[in-house]
Design a protein around this ligand. Structure first.
Ligand SMILES: Nc1ncnc2c1ncn2[C@@H]1O[C@H](COP(=O)(O)OP(=O)(O)OP(=O)(O)O)[C@@H](O)[C@H]1O
Length: 231
């Protein structure tokens, strides 16, 4: 579904990514692990179209999307749950969910009951402001907002960051549901190894702007992963 092939990415003269390649398959959770500052978010920025790579190619469903605008990628089925969630604090939960409507044709602009079944708290708090929600509830709202666009690929940047364990577990279950029941491709960036091991069908580890390990969770050497995750 998604293929990232040998991408380089620069911020001015400073190179953040060096020949990064990865794939996110339909019906699978792919997890990219790495410490702060190794290029995980930059990789996602290239995939979602927020920063153009300086080399390499990104394809989605067989189409080259390397230079495509973010909104066009969203229309084609790529949804993004950014780091820090980026909920609109003054909009209600319902209005936050409706911001996903922009990429949908008019006749498909509805919030599916499935979202409230997966995140009952959103249904209960529909008219509350986004800013009144706890961090964990905001993360659920950010995932719900991504689901409104009915994506084929959902890309999440550190969804467990600053979130209490019970909600981390709920989020893990929702990601499994999206993989198993909806056949979505899930691409997840994480620093939290246990969460990745529990969910991922494939783990990649980044260090200093490159992919340094890549394999199935039961095949990849845990000591090697940990060596790259500790400073
Ligand atoms: N807008 C920017 N301008 C200049 N340099 C940047 C910018 N964003 C990131 N960088 C640099 O690029 C490198 C990779 O950063 P990136 O945010 O992709 O890492 P990360 O693995 O996602 O880290 P984190 O977990 O902190 O988000 C770092 O050296 C960072 O300082």
């Amino acid at each position: 579904m998604l293929r990232v092939e040998h991408i380089n990415l620069h911020y001015g003269k400073s190179q953040a990514l060096w020949g990064v390649s990865l794939a996110a398959a339909e019906g699978a959770i792919t997890c990219v692990l790495g410490r702060n500052g190794v290029g995980k978010t930059s990789t996602l920025r290239a995939i979602t179209g927020q920063h153009r790579p300086s080399g390499g190619r990104i394809t989605f469903d067989g189409h080259d999307i390397t230079t495509m605008a973010p909104a066009e990628r969203a229309r084609r089925g790529i949804a993004f749950v950014p780091q820090g969630r980026e909920i609109f604090p003054l909009l209600t939960v319902k209005e936050n969910l409706e911001t996903g409507f922009g990429v949908l044709p008019r006749n498909r602009r509805r919030i599916d009951d499935e979202i409230f079944a997966l995140f009952p708290v959103l249904g209960k708090m529909l008219n509350r402001r986004g800013g009144d929600l706890s961090g964990g509830q905001q993360q659920q709202l950010a995932i719900g907002r991504a689901m409104v666009t009915n994506p084929k690929l959902i890309v999440l940047d550190e969804p467990t960051e600053g979130i209490q364990p019970s909600i981390i577990k709920d989020i893990g279950n929702v990601l499994k549901y999206l993989r198993d029941q909806r056949g979505m491709a899930v691409l997840l960036v994480e620093q939290y190894l246990d969460f990745a091991r529990e969910l991922a069908d494939r783990i990649l580890v980044m260090d200093r702007g490159q992919i340094v390990l890549d394999g199935a969770p039961d095949k990849i050497d845990e000591a090697a992963i940990k060596a790259h995750l500790t400073v």
